[in-house]
Design a protein around this ligand. Structure first.
Ligand code: EGV
Length: 376
């Protein structure tokens, strides 16, 4: 296929082009093979379906939430009814939050770079965005001038694509600053499952600060469940935003079959599957780095990342041009411009490689990347 990449408007449209290729290293969804423990769960799908028919959805949902939050160290999550809203995906949760903010907020401070649909959903609801670079965000107080200008601070942690994790002391300080200025603090923690540094109890920190807060969680990045997943929209008691009303405008709820599946995958992960997954991703990251080692002008700019994606930067090549060469060999990666939603040129010399893939196709894809980079 001659890819018509001149008309591409966002990262997800790049990801569509990859969906039917065996060498799809574009999207951040989990596409590796099921483990033995996960295969056993899939073999029980008829029983999980029957459970979904027979037991009250509220019970299954509570079990799914408890299993997922506990797995990831989030013991302080709110357990009162209605405080965790299950959504079809984290992007649906993001749209609900954006619409809820739009009623009372004009301007949002958003981490830069980050996955572009966060910026697009906020802007699509009429919100103005101010970029916050990772460097100051992780090391300094937010400027008072920023906090008087915005109604919400939005941080993706671990960030996509950089893998940068907001440390506990930084979350505490940012939450305090948001409390002082009555600014909503919103987090997208979709990739937290991969990084134990993001497993401290965020809810305990947020609650202690007294700020108004919202967290978007995502079960969709960890396990190869064919996009059977949920986004979780969690919010503080007096958040002052109509999230429940807007949620009810958009959906009734997530299928109990999916909630039961999330519960089972979470329990399997807690029983050792998560450690195995971390080892698997670390192995794939090492594989990518080893295969690209020694190429002049080529580096992996996120040495500390434990996320399921890895950026590759070229001093002499443009990401879209490398994408084109790869695509001729049926390999599909993700050019990074659009992560830099405020200044795309910053992402020009990078592509992102997905690591939640079986090692065979990943290795084949990176072999092609190496040959493409050597050919000049
Ligand atoms: C990533 C796909 C959406 C998104 C992929 C992603 N796009 N939801 N519009 O789920 O990093 O590839 O987050």
């Amino acid at each position: 296929m001659t890819a018509t990449n001149e008309t591409i408007e966002n990262l997800t449209q790049w990801e569509y082009l990859a969906l039917n290729s065996e060498l799809n290293v574009a999207d951040g969804h989990a596409r590796q093979a099921l483990t033995d423990g996960q295969t056993k769960i899939v073999d029980q799908l008829p029983q999980l379906f029957a459970e979904g028919e027979q037991r009250p959805v509220e019970l299954i949902e509570r079990e799914a939430h408890q299993a997922y939050f506990t797995l990831l160290g989030q013991h302080g999550y709110p357990t009162a009814p209605g405080r965790v809203l299950s959504c079809y995906s984290s992007s649906v949760a993001m749209e609900i939050l954006s619409r809820a903010l739009a009623g009372s907020v004009d301007t949002v401070a958003l981490v830069h770079p980050t996955f572009d649909n966060i910026a697009d959903l906020l802007r699509g609801n009429g919100l103005r965005l101010v970029p916050v670079e990772e460097e100051p965000l992780h090391h300094e107080d937010l400027p008072d001038s920023l906090l008087t200008e915005v109604g919400c601070v939005f941080v993706t942690t671990p960030n996509n694509p950089t893998g940068t994790v907001l440390a506990e002391e930084r979350l505490r300080r940012i939450a305090e600053q948001c409390a002082e200025h009555d600014v909503v603090l919103a987090l997208d923690t979709s990739f937290r499952g991969f990084d134990p540094r993001a497993h401290y109890d965020h809810y305990a920190v947020l609650e202690a600060s007294g700020c108004r807060w919202v967290v978007i969680e995502d079960t969709g990045k960890l396990w190869p469940t064919l996009d059977l997943k949920a986004g979780l929209l969690v919010f503080s008691e007096r958040v002052g935003l109509p999230v429940e009303k807007i949620y009810s405008d958009i959906l009734l709820g997530v299928s109990p079959l999916i909630l039961a599946l999330i519960r089972e995958f979470s329990l399997d992960a807690a029983a050792g599957g998560l450690a195995d997954l971390h080892e698997f991703i670390a192995g794939n990251r090492a594989l990518v780095r080893a295969k690209l080692a020694g190429l002049p002008g080529v580096e992996c700019p996120d040495p500390d990342s434990r996320s399921s994606v890895e950026r590759v930067r070229f001093s002499e090549r443009i990401g879209v041009e490398v994408w084109n060469e790869l695509q001729r060999h049926n390999v599909y990666a993700l050019p990074c411009e659009k992560f830099h939603w405020d200044d795309p040129t910053e992402g020009q010399h990078m592509i992102r490689i997905a690591l939640a893939r079986s090692a065979g196709p990943l290795a084949a894809s990176v072999d092609v990347l190496r040959s493409v980079l050597e050919a000049r």
